[in-house]
Ligand binder design. Structure first.
Ligand code: HEM
Length: 164
């Protein structure tokens, strides 16, 4: 997989994968894993792993973050992940971490920038909102009119009582 360093590339929405999709790639010939909510295809790397192939095969198709951190991998090991980056794990499958380690100087190190879609109000809800605002406005105007009449009547009574 090509390394993407171009700035504009960094800001395009990245491919998202669900954990369910990742689970399908759990064989030595098709070996994906999740590390810090990023999905990597490490098939080509497995044979070169200094810790041996078996441990990697055991983590095929799963979230390997814990296993990866349990053996205190160096930052060099983290940076080696870069060429195998596929995309981000779907938000609904995300785990939260107090701190995260991602490959440096690479597309994979950028925060996922896909905007969270804003829920659009349905037309029916918009109409209801409009009707509600109209009703409140009318109510306020009626209150204002009633208060004005009361004040006017009070002033007239005052004038009449004291013959002003
Ligand atoms: C796919 C991502 C992985 C990469 C790029 C990677 C890379 C490396 C590297 C570079 C080392 C040498 C020591 C170091 O620099 O930290 C190492 C050692 C090791 N790795 Fe990984 N590793 C990966 C995943 C895993 C996983 C998921 C496990 C599961 C337990 C694991 C277990 C080990 C062990 C046990 C060693 C120690 C080997 C020794 O000290 O003899 N690695 N790995």
């Amino acid at each position: 997989m090509a390394t993407i360093n171009n700035t504009t590339e960094k800001y395009r929405p990245r491919q998202l994968y669900s954990l369910q999709e990742v689970r399908k790639h759990d064989t030595p010939k098709d070996l994906w894993m999740v590390i810090y909510n990023r999905v990597y295809d490490v098939t080509a790397f497995a044979g070169d792993h200094p810790g041996g192939v078996e441990v990697l095969f055991d983590c095929g198709g799963v979230d390997a973050t814990e296993a990866f951190e349990d053996v205190a991998h160096s930052d060099d090991a983290v940076n080696m992940l870069a060429p195998y980056f596929l995309g981000d794990l779907d938000r609904s499958d995300h785990r939260s971490y107090t701190s995260e380690r991602h490959p440096k100087d690479h597309y994979a190190s950028m925060k996922e920038i896909r905007p969270i879609p804003r829920k659009r109000k349905s037309k029916h809800k918009q109409q209801l909102d409009k009707a509600f605002i109209e009703k409140v406005t009318i109510g306020l105007l009626v209150c204002l009119a009633v208060i004005s009449i009361i004040i006017y009547v009070c002033i007239q009574k005052f004038k009449w009582a004291y013959h002003v």
